[in-house]
Design a protein around this ligand. Structure first.
Ligand SMILES: [Zn+2]
Ligand SMILES: [Zn+2]
Length: 272
């Protein structure tokens, strides 16, 4: 079956490494049929004062140029020009032109901020250690994630790493399973896809996003699922993709659904 990766970051993001060309050559080597570039959409200075979390606005044209050139040079691979877009909820301080957003083949929707705090930034993780913090953070995270997933006014094609709050392995005192049902319902209502994001295995949580029980909830709700490695270096462009597809199968999926550069979706039957 075709192997694909619909989530990766290049050196255009302050915290990732590797050119578009280096990613494409690693993807070719790994035999990927689809590669979506999804660098972080620019944040304001208030959220990203050091230009570390997202692509600086001034670099977006170069990012686009490199991805489109790679597509031109590699007609056998479906190469998508995309972004990972932070959902900030009520504290959103950017104005989006529909022209700009229409330029992307795929937009990943992500919650990395809970009320202005980047909860998954290793440099700012202290707040997790405060008494009772994990319960509060998880509650708020899931609330924001469900808003992002269900809001039809926002274009998020795929909701990324659905249970990112587990990254540092801080868990709430309450059971998450009932909330998984709410997340699946929100994604279904918003017409979103979700992804298996294989990077989770390399953080303290030591398992891909989402957890098996959450992936099963998405499968039961009929939410289509793609797969990405969230690579921040070209070497990780195909990391654990086959393993992630096996997890999808175990959760009840019979196909991988993949966004395409023609703004469509295609299905790949799981045969692994
Ligand atoms: Zn992310
Ligand atoms: Zn990412």
């Amino acid at each position: 079956m075709d192997l694909v990766n619909t989530h990766c970051h290049t050196g255009f993001c302050g915290h990732a490494e590797g050119s578009v060309a280096a990613y494409v050559s690693a993807a070719k080597e790994a035999g990927l049929a689809t590669l979506a570039f999804t660098d972080h959409f620019p944040l304001s200075d208030a959220f990203d004062p050091d230009g570390y979390l997202s692509v600086p606005r001034a670099s977006m044209e170069d990012y686009k140029r490199d991805v489109l050139a790679a597509r031109e040079e590699n007609p056998k691979m479906d190469i998508l020009f995309g972004v990972e877009m932070d959902y900030l909820g009520e504290v959103e301080d950017r104005i989006f032109s529909s022209e700009e957003l229409d330029g992307f083949d795929v937009i990943l929707g992500s919650v990395h901020f809970v009320d202005r705090w980047p909860f998954d930034d290793p440099a700012q993780r202290d707040r997790w250690e405060e008494p009772g913090a994990a319960d509060e953070i998880w509650k708020r995270y899931i609330e924001l994630w469900c808003q992002a997933a269900a809001d039809a006014h926002i274009r998020f094609d795929v909701m990324s790493h659905p249970d990112l709050a587990k990254k540092f392995a801080y868990y709430p005192s309450f059971r998450l399973e009932p909330l998984y049902e709410q997340m699946a319902e929100a994604a279904r209502a918003g017409g979103r896809m979700i992804e298996v994001n294989t990077s989770g295995s390399y953080y303290a949580c030591a398992e891909p996003f989402p957890a098996p029980a959450l992936l099963r909830a998405f499968a039961r709700a009929g939410v289509p699922c793609t797969i990405g490695t969230d690579a921040h270096v070209p070497e990780n462009v195909s990391r654990d993709i086959a393993r992630g597809i096996r997890l999808m199968k175990e959760a009840g999926y019979s196909c991988v659904t993949v966004p395409t550069s023609t703004r469509d979706r295609r299905s790949i039957a799981i045969d692994i």
